[in-house]
Ligand binder design. Sequence first.
Ligand SMILES: [Mg+2]
Length: 263
Amino acid sequence: METSATRLKISNGESLIFSKNSYDAVLFDLDGVLTTTEKIHSACWKKTFDEFLRTRARECGENFVPFSETDDYLEHVDGKPRYEGVRGFLLSRGIELPEGSKDSPSGEQSVFGLGNRKNQLFRKTLEKESPGIYETSITLARRLKEAGFRLGVVSSSRNCRAVMAAAGIGNFFEVTVDGVTAAEKGLRGKPEPDTFIEAASALGSKPEKSIIIEDAAAGVAAGARGGFGLVIGVARKQNEDELLSNGADVVVSDLGELFGSGE
Ligand SMILES: [Mg+2]
């Protein structure tokens, strides 16, 4: 296969990459690949963690070090199941909190409390504004469908179906595996490959015959761990190196690069 872990820009590679001889399914991440909701997620995590960190700094007499929407978000939170994201970030700051439970009140100083606060902020934002879509991603998906590929969406989010419906793409993809599916079926979240494997299987494909398109380190890592045929990283925040080192075969800054400019 003509892929390598390099910073590859493809201007005319549609036939090279999306060959029906090699692959039969394409699995898209949602937030940050199809919809612009990664920006809302990132902002809601920042608000949640900064509220918590500011209070904690005051109570402990420490300096307030805010949550970074680039480094902290990309490394510890992006693409992971909600409460895994909380655990990962707290661990990076050496902070231990009780787990709490699914019913923990929003903002309680616990893993679930912080996760619930973030989700509350996210849902409130969605009530006020429709999620945007990346037009080039939808164009690519439409072309792939016309070419006979089976298409799925694989998201850690429990809000996945609501976001897809609000973005007007609720019925476009054959299969959706999201945070709700994972909980129901006991699937491990990204960076483990379970949810992608589930989607490939539901589409009648196999990992080695499926392509993954992801914008998160946890997502491309899941693709590499699962032995998927091709893992395409979408670097929205100039994080090409991060995606390559976590398992992307190819990285672009926008999916429009895969079918050339001006189309
Ligand atoms: Mg994403």
